[in-house]
Design a protein. Structure first.
Length: 258
């Protein structure tokens, strides 16, 4: 048959030249919705979204390493995975005030008013820009995993993919916790948020350990230090971005820094 896209002769279900399907249906509204859904989820493909969720949950470090070593069909693209998970996580953090609720409850006598005002506005900023914040700070985490494990031979770009998957799957935990926020709101501040923090730290450690094949006390210490400096670095970056947003548009972050 002749491809309707590039006009090349071919046999089979797809054109060998441009990849278009042999059968092209008329575009409908239902078709657009279906295409958008399957473009994200890819149920029928090996690199599908649900398969990636499963792999990153049960065997993340080795799976990401094999992906970088050439098995590119094993995982959903890291950037698309981050944007999809990040969009849902942002909606949920705004819905349940994941970061700012407990700050609002702080008694004034425990903090200077300006300090409390700063914490409230910063936590709101974190909620409203969850995905953007993680995109900005991924290079920070990448820098430290690259520096501390440069002997592994993995370049900065490969470390960037690694940390994108880690960050996206940490955000996925917010989705897992959402039903508990809905039905057990009293557990949110004393139990759920501390548990979320612990789980993200443990997950970060686990992935780095398996990815770099860590063995021995000194290498385990490298993992801990890489994570420690990454979180300090990302906090500094977030504060800088928060300050710049305030300077460029004071209405966005109404806070007195001095």
């Amino acid at each position: 048959m002749v491809c309707q896209n590039c006009e090349k002769d071919f046999e089979g279900n797809y054109c060998h030249n441009c990849g278009q399907k042999s059968t092209v249906e008329r575009i409908t509204f239902l078709g657009l919705l279906s295409e958008a859904f399957y473009e994200v989820i890819h149920f029928e493909k090996k690199e599908g979204f649900l398969k990636t969720v499963k792999v990153l949950t049960f065997d993340p470090g080795k799976s990401i390493r094999s992906y970088l070593e050439g098995k590119r069909k094993k995982l959903y693209p890291s950037s698309k995975y981050l944007f999809f998970i990040g969009a849902i996580a942002t909606i949920l953090t705004l819905r349940y005030h994941f970061f700012s609720h407990n700050v609002h409850e702080l008694p004034l006598e425990d903090l200077l008013y300006s300090s409390k005002e700063f914490l409230i506005n910063f936590s709101i900023y974190v909620e409203e820009y969850t995905t953007i914040i993680n995109i900005i700070t991924i290079p920070v985490f990448t820098l430290f995993s690259w520096v501390f494990f440069r002997y592994s031979g993995k370049n900065y770009a490969e470390n960037l993919i690694l940390n994108t998957y880690i960050t996206a799957h940490q955000l996925a935990l917010i989705i897992v916790f959402a039903p508990f926020f809905e039905f057990f709101p009293a557990m949110k501040d004393p139990i759920l948020i501390p548990l979320y923090v612990v789980l993200t730290l443990v997950y970060n450690y686990w992935v780095l350990k398996d990815f770099f094949g860590v063995a021995g006390i000194s290498e385990h210490a490298r993992v801990v230090l890489a994570i420690f400096y990454s979180y300090i670095g990302q906090l500094i970056v977030n504060l800088i971005v928060f300050y710049l947003l305030h300077q460029l548009s004071p209405g966005v972050c109404p806070i007195m820094f001095f």
